[in-house]
Ligand binder design. Structure first.
Ligand code: PHE
Length: 350
């Protein structure tokens, strides 16, 4: 009997070291089986009770119960340690970042994380801003929701002016409109600044337009305006040339045509040889080989007068660069719709 009790007590030390070595819950279950399972070490001892008196069996039974209780205790303590370790590692590996957007989450989950970068239009806009600020221009801004006066009236469009139809307009119920061009910022600048003035105004503009490869309802322009005592077509052309040669490191072919805009006189359309098709004709250049990128002209005396300045004293030049088209020429992009399609495959090329 004493042997059996000693055997049971020896089991405790063995079980304690097996439990200490167990790395997870599964290993702990194995330990339980090993010591108290049907084929376990304790069962093995208990099978030898046959030759003992009832009192002796009682003594051994007591020792067995003490062992079982001790085993439970050790298992529970170890289980608690394992659970704590599991939670600690969960916090490291499976924390939830509530600021992650579904798109980012999908990218992270698929292992394809990309850090974002500046949109191709904004890249070119920034480059132009650097060129113009280095020439003494300041960058100004205006509202995207405009009133008729700043978008049309002050720019020499009369109420029934047919040119209003050139710019199909989105109106709000309060008779405001989404600006159809950044020329509205010319007026805002004239109201705020004292001449001489040199400004650029990059921004988003909107037209109620049938969308196709070369037309978007929402696109970007960059307005430029100089007001000074003497401004000539020569000044204007010099500005245009500087702009284009800085943006395109290679020489580009341009042509100048007369163009009509109520707020300039004379007005021009500056076209670029289409760089998507090299002038052979494609949907971007409407198969003409040329793309209108830079409408411009000398500021109409009526505009200067409406702004409260004397047209005798002040002259001006202005341009309205089409940023989307310029960027399309720069990178050979064949469809204006790519810019706002939210396609990462497209955007990652720039
Ligand atoms: N605002 C005109 C347009 O969007 C372009 C333009 C700007 C023309 C400045 C001449 C001078 O069509």
């Amino acid at each position: 009997m004493a042997d059996l009790i000693a055997e049971i007590q020896a089991l405790e030390a063995k079980a304690a070291s097996a439990i200490a070595a167990a790395a997870d819950t599964e290993a702990l279950q194995n330990v339980t089986q090993e010591f108290t399972g049907k084929k376990g070490a304790l069962t093995h001892v208990m099978k030898q009770l046959g030759s003992l008196t009832p009192e002796q069996r009682g003594e051994v039974g007591k020792a067995a119960n003490i062992f079982k209780a001790r085993l439970e205790e050790l298992l529970a303590a170890k289980e608690a340690v394992l659970a704590e370790a599991r939670f600690a590692s969960l916090a490291e590996t499976e924390f939830v970042d509530l600021s992650v957007t579904p798109g980012e989450y999908a990218a992270i989950a698929s292992g394809a994380t990309h850090s974002g970068h500046v949109h191709p239009i904004a890249q070119t806009q920034k480059k132009l801003e650097e060129i113009f600020t280095s020439m003494g221009f300041s960058i100004v801004d205006g509202p995207q929701v405009e009133d008729d006066y700043h978008n049309f009236g002050a720019l020499n469009f009369t109420d029934d002016h047919p040119a209003r139809d050139m710019q199909d307009t989105f109106y709000t119920v309060t008779k405001h409109l989404l600006r159809t061009h950044t020329s509205s910022v010319q007026i805002r600048a004239l109201e705020k600044m004292k001449p001489p003035i040199r400004i650029i105004a990059p921004g988003r503009v909107f037209r109620y337009e049938e969308v196709d490869a070369s037309h978007e309802h929402t696109f970007y322009q960059m307005e430029g305006m100089i007001i000074d005592r003497k401004v000539s077509v020569g000044n204007l052309l010099h500005l245009m040339q500087t702009l284009l040669s800085e943006v395109f490191s290679k020489g580009v072919e341009v042509r100048l045509r007369p163009g009509y805009f109520p707020f300039v006189e004379p007005g021009f359309e500056l076209d670029m040889k289409c760089l998507v098709c090299n002038g052979t004709g494609c949907p971007v250049c409407k198969h003409s080989g040329w793309v209108e990128v830079l409408p411009c002209g000398l500021v109409h005396p009526n505009v200067i007068q409406k702004a409260g300045l004397s047209p005798e004293e002040w002259q001006g030049a202005a341009f309205g660069l089409g940023l989307n088209r310029l960027v399309m020429m720069q990178h050979g992009i064949e469809d204006i719709r790519h810019f706002m399609a939210g396609k990462l495959d497209f955007l990652r090329q720039f």
